[in-house]
Design a protein around this ligand. Structure first.
Ligand SMILES: Cc1cc2nc3c(=O)[nH]c(=O)nc-3n(C[C@H](O)[C@H](O)[C@H](O)COP(=O)(O)O)c2cc1C
Ligand code: SF4
Ligand code: SF4
Length: 308
């Protein structure tokens, strides 16, 4: 089977998810091409040539990032119906994130795409507050195992699907703040010149080509291009990038998952049935995923990690 993965990512979590899906499909002998959205990288694939397409995105305010919606809008209508699946990534497992795909579901339907499967994966927030390293590690270890579950489900024709409750559809429509907020926020973006080392990483990393240097030599944002993905702020090595009125919710520095895995001092499990407070609510999600791992005979990633 020939599979094409297409994804958008801010801090790289969705890209990691896509890479795991690619790895697990390739382990089963399928051919996988992967297009990661970047304004500088043209999309040179003929979707008609593929048997299955996967679309991946991080949930932004219970929606698909607007930049990715715009990309999907530009896709041509296919000659024949084509199955596709969604892999979406976000910081919390709650069901009101279910309907986030509704907008692209309608767009893709008009282009002859047929929704086959959808799964929601957990990865740390890149906004609001920074998750503890052990939470990030737990989510990353599960990501590898759960992408394998997802691939096996699709391979066995037992695709996972999410139900879009009508009131979740309404909620995500009302919360389409990304259609306005980046345009306003861009006016307040600034750079702390004392901290800035002129590395231009914020410019190079921006997937949408929104960051530029104006005639006065100051770093500015193009209001209509920013997807609010937080990559510029997160990847700035000196924390000089001030992301407008969203700055208080900025999470600086990306999670270094490889180092977290190597570092045995970081506990691989934070969320369990002894957890109190906000993360206690995540147990329902993990319990469901553990049952799926058992069903597909995939070892629990935390136990495997502990065994070394
Ligand atoms: C503007 C914005 C809005 C977000 N809204 C949500 C949300 O509604 N629900 C959620 O669970 N996570 C939300 N997140 C968190 C991201 O989905 C999460 O951090 C994800 O891991 C980021 O993936 P990425 O690295 O591929 O961009 C939001 C992040 C941003 C930047
Ligand atoms: S990434 Fe940070 S340090 Fe580098 S140019 Fe941008 S604001 Fe300056
Ligand atoms: S300007 Fe920053 S937040 Fe906006 S799209 Fe570019 S990297 Fe993402």
């Amino acid at each position: 089977m020939k599979i094409l993965l297409i994804s958008f990512s801010g801090s790289g979590h969705t890209t990691l998810c896509g890479k795991f899906i690619k790895k697990h499909y390739e382990e089963l002998g399928h051919q996988v091409d992967y297009y990661i959205y970047h304004h500088d990288v043209p999309f040179n694939y003929d979707i008609n040539e593929y048997d299955l397409v996967g679309f991946g995105y991080p949930i932004h305010a219970f929606n698909v990032p607007e930049a990715f919606c715009r990309f999907i809008k530009k896709l041509p209508k296919l000659k024949e119906k084509k199955k596709y699946f969604i892999f979406k990534v976000s910081g919390e497992p709650f069901c009101f994130n279910n309907a986030s795909s509704y907008h692209i579901y309608l767009k893709l339907k008009r282009r002859n795409f047929e929704l086959y499967a959808e799964k929601h994966f957990l990865m740390p927030y890149n906004i609001m507050f920074r998750y503890k390293d052990s939470i990030a590690k737990q989510m990353y270890l599960y990501l590898d195992a759960l992408t394998k579950v997802y691939v096996l489900e699709m391979e066995n024709n037992e695709p996972e699907k999410l139900w879009y409750a009508p009131w979740h559809v309404v909620l995500s429509f009302l919360l389409r703040i990304e259609w306005i907020a980046p345009k306003l926020n861009c006016l307040f973006v600034s750079v702390n010149k004392k901290k800035c080392i002129d590395c231009h990483r914020c410019i190079k990393e921006c997937p949408c080509g929104a960051v530029y240097i104006n005639k006065k030599g100051n770093i500015r944002l193009k209001a209509t291009k920013c997807a609010m993905c937080m990559r510029c702020a997160m990847y700035c090595p000196t924390d000089a990038f001030r992301y407008g009125f969203m700055n208080p919710w900025k999470v600086n520095k990306p999670f270094l998952f490889d180092s977290l895995v190597k570092n045995k001092e970081v506990e691989p499990e934070y969320i369990n049935h002894n957890t109190k407070g906000y993360f206690k609510k995540f147990n329902k999600y993990f319990d469901r995923q553990k049952a799926l791992l058992e069903k597909y005979n995939i070892p629990n990633p935390i136990e495997e990690y502990r065994k070394g």
